[in-house]
Design a protein. Structure first.
Length: 348
């Protein structure tokens, strides 16, 4: 995205001019229907692709190996579902960011507001509100265990994507307009982000556990009191996260721009969740657990850390604070509507 933006700027084009230039160029043509003898003729390539897929048993080799490694058909089905949901979530986040960019450009009046509206529209509070919310949908131990494993896998992709796109949006539309320093600032902002650092450290821990024999992890068996105390601390994380969210809300703050705030609030709490859930329902990529995960990713209010990041990067801090406060308050209504609708449809 950064490369496209810098190239377009160096050519003296805005987004509309760039799209027009690309669409008018003959090299942008994808489908060919006019000459049957042309090897790029659409129906020849389509039928060739169909027969190629049939020859490969309809699955790529990586997916076949993953399914063959499962112990039974149920695990194979779950493996397919998790893979589809993961791909769906990543693609949906990219689509969300693109739509947020168009939305912010349409309603923002000042440069420093664009990045704030972009991240306020797509960046949900997945870690503090989404994950605890998803765990409240189920009481069965086996379902909770499966939910936890799927959320852990999803977090590796979702949290970095949210933070990377937020840093890029705030950096591009900051007060600093120098291209070189913008690129450097974006890169350093991503590397210094606490969430990115914590995920990187978590991956190192996972790699360390893979290299060290299981006997080295003796706390649960030899120090049960310490293991139990750490378990209590882990149980505190959810209510403590809600306390942090509540303490960060400034309800006495005077709203300066009602129009931008209301539109961003509706986009974050209603429009994007409804679009994502309708797409998942139409594509049939989710079961009950996966719908709970999709609600946690797409229906949560704007992340509290977005206001802090906006202040640090010279964006409109007042608007960022307002978006966090009012999307969190309105989410009490929007989540109720979304959850009861999904329950009525049998999705939860």
């Amino acid at each position: 995205v950064l490369c496209i933006w810098f190239i377009a700027k160096s050519l003296g084009m805005d987004w509309g001019a760039m799209i027009t230039a690309i669409s008018d160029d003959r090299l942008s043509r994808v489908f060919f229907f006019d000459d049957v003898n042309n090897r790029q003729f659409f129906w020849k390539q389509f039928l060739a692709g169909v027969f190629t897929q049939i020859a490969m048993n309809g699955l790529d080799q990586d997916m076949m190996q993953r399914n063959l490694s499962c112990r039974n058909s149920r695990e194979s089905q779950l493996n397919m579902v998790v893979s589809m949901v993961l791909q769906f979530v990543v693609i949906a986040i990219f689509a969300e960011v693109f739509l947020s960019f168009l939305f912010a450009k349409a309603i923002a009046e000042k440069r420093e507001q664009i990045g704030v509206i972009i991240q306020g529209s797509f960046r949900s509070n997945f870690a503090y509100i989404g994950i605890p919310l998803a765990s409240m949908f189920f009481a069965d131990g086996e379902l909770l265990s499966r939910l936890s494993s799927e959320i852990s896998l999803l977090s590796i992709f979702v949290i970095p994507l949210f933070n990377i796109f937020a840093v890029i949006a705030l950096t591009i539309y900051s007060e600093n307009k120098d291209d070189t320093s913008l690129l450097k600032k974006s890169f350093l902002g991503i590397l210094r982000n606490p969430c990115i650092i914590s995920i990187f450290l978590g991956l190192l821990v996972i790699l360390f556990r893979m290299m060290v024999p299981a006997s080295a992890f003796f706390v649960r068996d030899r120090l049960p009191f310490l293991y139990k105390a750490l378990g209590y601390l882990a149980s505190m994380s959810t209510p403590f996260a809600f306390l942090l969210v509540g303490s960060s809300l400034d309800l006495g703050h005077v709203v300066k721009d009602h129009k931008k705030l209301i539109l961003t609030m509706l986009m974050r709490d209603l429009v994007f969740p409804i679009l994502a859930l309708l797409a998942a329902y139409g594509l049939n990529v989710a079961e009950k657990i996966e719908y709970a995960i999709l609600v946690s990713v797409f229906a949560s209010p704007t992340a509290v850390s977005s206001a802090i990041m906006a202040a640090e990067m010279g964006a409109d801090q007042d608007l960022a604070n307002e978006i966090v406060v009012y999307t969190t308050m309105f989410s009490m209504i929007s989540l109720l509507i979304i959850i009861y609708t999904l329950k009525g449809m049998g999705c939860l």
